[in-house]
Each structure stands twice: as C-alpha cells, then as structure tokens.
Design a protein around this ligand. Structure first.
Ligand code: GAR
Length: 194
C-alpha cells in the first residue's frame, strides 16, 4: 500500500477526490496526512475522513527555507512514500524538493509547459487560446517545469470566465491525479524513470 501525504492551500476539492478514491478497498494508496500552509478550507476533508493534518502557517516563518524545514519535519513524522501537492500555492524551498523529488508530484490547471505558475487558468484566458488543459508533474526546482506524468486537453468555451473554466478543468485534474497515484502505487509508473 502506497502511503501519501497531500499538501493544500485552498478548498481541497482535488484532495477530496483522492480521499474518496483511497477509501475504495481496491485502491492501492492511502492518505496518511494532509498538510497546509494556512487555515485551508480543505483541511475539513481530512478531519471528516479521520486523517491527521498539520498546518505550517507561511507568515510565521522568516524565510521560505525556514518554513520548508518545518514542512519537512512534519513530513518526516509521517514518512509517506509520496507527497502530492494538490493546490499548494507556495513554491517549496530547494532543500525540500531535493529531499523528495521525484517522490513529490503536483497537479496544475493547464497543459504544461503552457501557462505555469499560480494563475494557469487566468493566463490561458488572457492569452485567448481555444484549448488549455490539466497536468500532473514531478516537482523539480523550477516553476512547474518537472517531468510530465499525465496531461489532457480541455477546451476553452467562448463565454468562459476563470471560475467556469477552472470548474471544468478540475474534474480532469482529479481523474489524472487519481490515476497517476494508482499507477505509482502499482509500480506501473516509475517516478525515478520519469
Ligand atoms: C487546482 O486546480 C490545482 O491544480 C491548482 O489549485 C487548484 C486547487 O483546487 N494548483 C495550482 O494552480 C498550482 N500552481 P482545490 O483546492 O479545489 O483542489
């Protein structure tokens, strides 16, 4: 059984989907802890599922490195096989990435390498493209530059605003994320070879 830590910043709808999947008896991974950089609404999903959680508030630390060291200390308690960034809206310090990569993956609401960064959906709309997408990648020390594990296109509709487009991308992200975690767990996907 693959053990997974999930880090979030927001509503955690993708986390929720992963919790639902991991609750199925035949799913080969389970979530052992959920962490956040703030009082994220998504922490409630962990509570509902009886999964431990931790919070490392970004503003209480004087540097990214100090914040990351505390996140690393929390992860060390749980020793997950895999760390999933599911809407964590912080760049991790290099020390943390170096310690975990390639066993740390991220979901992103765009078809990378298109539209990396914190505003992938908004940037796609601003660019006026007709298609964007969703990606799951290995985290490296760039901004959404790691090896792509799975991705799928999503059409941009003429009346889309950021909310509407993001709402159509998220179900695709969820499906990709659940499948990637499953394939890592079964050994079908070897992160070290990515
Ligand atoms: C997801 O779309 C995720 O890809 C995105 O935040 C959203 C979190 O949604 N992450 C990024 O943009 C990271 N650059 P959720 O909290 O409802 O799961």
């Amino acid at each position: 059984m693959l053990t997974v830590a999930v880090l979030i910043s927001g509503t955690g709808s993708n986390l929720r989907a992963l919790l639902d999947a991991a609750d199925e008896p035949d799913y080969p991974a389970r979530i052992v802890v959920v962490g956040a950089d703030r009082e994220a609404d998504g922490l409630a999903h962990a509570e509902e599922y009886g999964i431990p959680s931790f919070m490392v508030p970004w503003e209480r630390f004087e540097s990214r490195s100090a914040w990351g060291a505390e996140v690393a200390a929390q992860l060390a308690v749980w020793q997950p096989d895999l760390v999933v960034l599911s809407g964590l809206m912080r760049l991790l310090p290099a020390e943390l990435v170096d310690a975990w990569s390639p066993r740390i993956i991220n979901t992103h609401p765009a078809y990378l390498p298109e539209f990396p960064g914190a505003h992938g959906v908004r940037d796609a709309l601003t660019a006026g493209v007709t298609q964007t997408g969703a990606s799951v990648i290995v985290v490296d020390n760039g901004v959404d530059t790691g090896p792509i594990l799975a991705q799928e296109r999503v059409f941009v509709l003429p009346d889309d605003d950021e909310h509407a487009l993001h709402a159509r991308i998220k179900p695709v992200e969820r499906r990709l994320l659940i499948d990637v975690v499953r394939r890592v767990a079964t050994g079908e996907l070897d992160l070290a070879a990515s």
